[in-house]
Design a protein around this ligand. Structure first.
Ligand code: ZN
Length: 113
């Protein structure tokens, strides 16, 4: 991968990281303002659970983005963690923080029996 591609991926990752950090803050604020309102507790609880689930997924993505940024520093960004082959640029453009090449991702999601 050339330096130009690498720095553009770095920019995308940093931007996505900022977006997710902001989203997490918003979810937290929402939950605080809902506390104390007891009218519709049941639906509020499920709403709250959804918020937490969303936040948990975001946290995982955030961690993966941090790992990807660390990989850029180490000079191993764009390499599949499973087979060590290069991940295609097209795939990285779609999901810049992906850990695996498309082949390994499919293998992980649908293991052959
Ligand atoms: Zn792979």
């Amino acid at each position: 991968m050339n330096k130009k591609d690498l720095s553009s991926f770095k920019k995308i990752l940093i931007q996505k990281k900022a977006e997710l950090s902001n989203a997490q803050r918003e979810v937290g604020t929402d939950l605080d303002t809902n506390v104390g309102d007891e009218i519709d507790t049941a639906s509020q609880n499920s709403e709250r659970e959804m918020c937490f689930e969303f936040a948990a997924n975001d946290r995982i993505t955030l961690n993966t983005i941090n790992d990807a940024l660390a990989k850029i520093e180490k000079g191993i960004y764009g390499q599949c963690e499973y087979c060590n082959n290069a991940i295609s640029i097209e795939r990285l453009k779609a999901i810049s923080w992906t850990r695996y090449c498309i082949k390994c991702q499919e293998e992980i999601e649908n293991p052959r029996r």
